[in-house]
Structures are given as C-alpha cells and as structure tokens.
Design a protein around this ligand. Structure first.
Ligand code: F6P
Length: 371
C-alpha cells in the first residue's frame, strides 16, 4: 500500500478537480491512500491543512471549476517572505522542513499539479529526494513538452463566447472593441479565441505590434462597409517599440509581473488616430472560472490516471504530458526550461493571415525589406 499526497499550486485552472478525482479513484482501486495538501504546501507545515481524500470527498467534482484544495501563487517554500520582529520582510527557505514533514507523514509520492512555477518548485523538491510526479496545469498553455495543458480549452471557450457576444453591440454602435485576454508571455489564448471569435486584429506577445497596422485594418474594414472592429490583445502583447504593459509586482512574494493595460492603451490610440469610438473589455479571471469543457475534463482525468501509473512505475521527477494524442512521461526539467510560445510558422498563424486577420504587423512590408 502507498500513501500519496496531491497539491495544487499557482493560479487555478478549470480541470484541477478532475485531476484530483481521477487520482483518488485510480489510487482507491490499488488500495492506496490519498491526501491533499491545502493551499500548495500548507499541509506539510500544519497538520490541519493536510486532508484525507476519499471517494466521498471527490464525488462529482470532476465537472467543477477551482480546486477543492485551494491554491496560492505566493507560497514558494524555497523563498518564502516572512515578517521579522522589526516588521521587515525577510525571504527564508523552508524546503528542508517540508521535506522532513513529507517523510515523517509517511508519504511515498507527491503529485504536484501546477504550471511552470509550481512544477519548478516540485522539481527542486525532487532534486532534494522527494519522489514527485508533475501534472501540467495552466490556462496559458505555455508549458513545453506537452501539446496541451488542461484549463486552456475552457479559457479559450470563455473568451470566444465573449467575442461572439461583443460583435452585435460593436456593430450597433460602430465601435472598436479591444478585448484583453490572459496568457502571460504567450499568445495561445489570444490566437485561438481571436480566430474562433471573428476578431479583425489579434495582438500576440510573439509579434510586436504596430498601431499603424491596427488602424489600417480598421480603415480597411470601413472600406468594405464594416464600421466596427474587434481587436483581441494578449495581456503580454508588446509594441514594436518595445513598450510592455504591466502593473508591477503586486503582492509580496509574487515573483512575476502582474500584466495588464494593453487594451486601454490600444483603445486610446485608436481614438487618437482614427475617427472611431473605442471601448475595452478586460476578461481577466473569468477565463479561469467555470466548469471545465469536455476536452479539459477528459484531459485532466487522463492526466490524473496517467500520474498514478507513473507513481507505480516509480518514474519520479517526470510530468505526464499529451503528445500525439497519447499520454507520455517527460522530465519535469524539460517542461519548465522555457515557456512555450506560439510557433509563427504554424497553420493557425497562416490561417489567421489568410482569412484577413491583422496580427499587428505587415508581413508584406517585411518581405519587401528582406528582398
Ligand atoms: O498563469 C495564469 C494566469 O491567469 C495568467 O494568465 C495571468 O497573467 C495570471 O495568472 C494572473 O494571476 P493572478 O491570479 O495572480 O492575478
């Protein structure tokens, strides 16, 4: 009999509960015990935050959003901010304590469900001797070595739905709508939802954008009697002059920039440069909410069962991944090396261009300057 602990770390994503459901069920059939550590690693520090997960606890949760264990993106045990007696914030490393408690609690394996940040932490624990299996989660779809992370499909479908609804009001008022979507430094959500939701312009972090090209597209629409336009801007989009849009570091202990503001900037430039009225919509955390789509549910359930298979094979420090429609195991280290970007030669980029979507650049001009 084995004793497994699951944790969910980083930003939540639809499908987390489906992974938990799948792990608990697959372990139950083997006679293994499963525990859940609340809010990332809190369960390793406080026994009240470590909960036993039985079939009853996970009944029906595969279709729900969020995570029954809670999550945090401020809880890196290798660099935890704490307030000292003088009221100053100090960064301390509590990873040894967590490893000791993992062993004392008698766990055989830790299944860490997370994005690049949480999997980086999991990998560092694996290097310290904790048997770890990773499960790739993030709405951003920016993890290498897996063609999909769960949560992405749901986020795209939420964004597409929003775009569908915007068309009628944008058209009624002859307005330009700029919709800001999540994705950090990768444009997956923007590209997939923008193509599917009939965007006129899609701005991706992978292609620095030129406002002149955006305005040309709006003018081009008008020539064809389309007096409105929908612009989808990834939160990590950058201008051709290198302007980025972020709100600083946010909460204490958060390593990454809080992105945002590109939609407001683009909309105001549209007002300055054209005679069009513009409005913005920042979809924000709506993209992380709600029930997982069927695709995400199935993927998450497959990931959970595959993770338990890896535990049995003792294939530690590996992550389950989707490759050519199959479940495979890849080293966690390879998955977190760098963030997966949109491939600019992919057929999705070609499709966008071929159906007349402006990507904020002018490929013809670029070709001319090369020849
Ligand atoms: O990584 C997932 C994500 O939703 C990003 O798309 C976004 O930039 C970030 O998390 C937002 O984080 P927070 O929930 O801390 O605002």
């Amino acid at each position: 009999m084995k004793k497994i602990v699951i944790s969910t770390g980083g930003g939540d994503a639809p499908g987390l509960n489906a992974v938990i459901y799948s792990v608990v069920h697959a372990c139950y059939r083997k006679g293994w015990e499963v525990y859940g550590s609340k809010s990332g690693y809190a369960g390793f520090l406080d026994i009240d935050e470590m909960v036993r997960l039985t079939l009853r606890d996970v009944e029906g949760i595969y279709s729900t959003g969020g995570t029954i264990l809670g999550s945090t993106n401020k809880g890196n045990p290798f660099s935890r901010p704490v307030e000292n007696l003088a009221g100053e914030i100090q960064i301390i490393d509590i990873s040894d304590k967590i490893l000791r408690n993992f062993e004392r609690m008698g766990f055989d394996c830790h299944i860490a469900i997370g994005g690049d940040g949480s999997l980086d932490i999991a990998h560092r624990f694996a290097q310290k001797g904790m048997p770890v299996i990773g499960v790739p989660k993030t709405i951003d779809n920016d993890l290498e070595m897996t063609s999909r992370t769960f949560g992405f499909d749901t986020a795209v479908s939420t964004a597409t739905d929003a775009l569908d609804k915007l068309h009628s009001t944008a058209k009624s008022h002859d307005r330009v709508f700029v919709v800001e979507v999540m994705g950090r430094d990768s444009g997956w959500i923007a590209l997939y939802s923008g193509i599917s939701g009939g965007a006129d312009v899609i701005l991706l972090p992978e292609i620095p954008f030129d406002m002149e090209e955006v305005c040309n597209k709006i003018a081009d629409n008008e020539l064809r009697d389309k007096d409105y336009a929908i612009v989808v801007a990834a939160e990590g989009a950058v201008t051709k002059d290198g302007q980025v849009f972020n709100k600083g570091h946010g909460e204490v202990g958060r390593d990454e920039m809080v992105l945002g503001g590109v939609a407001e900037w683009v909309a105001s430039e549209v007002r300055k440069r054209t005679d069009k009225d513009s409005r913005t919509l920042v979809l924000g955390h709506l993209q992380r909410g709600g029930s997982p789509t069927t695709f995400d549910r199935l993927l998450a359930l497959r990931f959970g069962a595959a993770a338990v298979r890896l535990v049995e094979e003792r294939n530690f420090d590996h992550m389950v991944a989707l490759k050519d429609s199959q479940m495979v195991a890849v080293p966690i280290a390879d998955a977190i090396k760098e963030r997966k970007k949109v491939d600019l030669s992919s057929d999705k980029i070609l499709t966008a261009r071929e159906i007349g979507i402006c990507l904020g650049d002018n490929p013809e001009k670029q070709e001319e300057s090369i020849t």
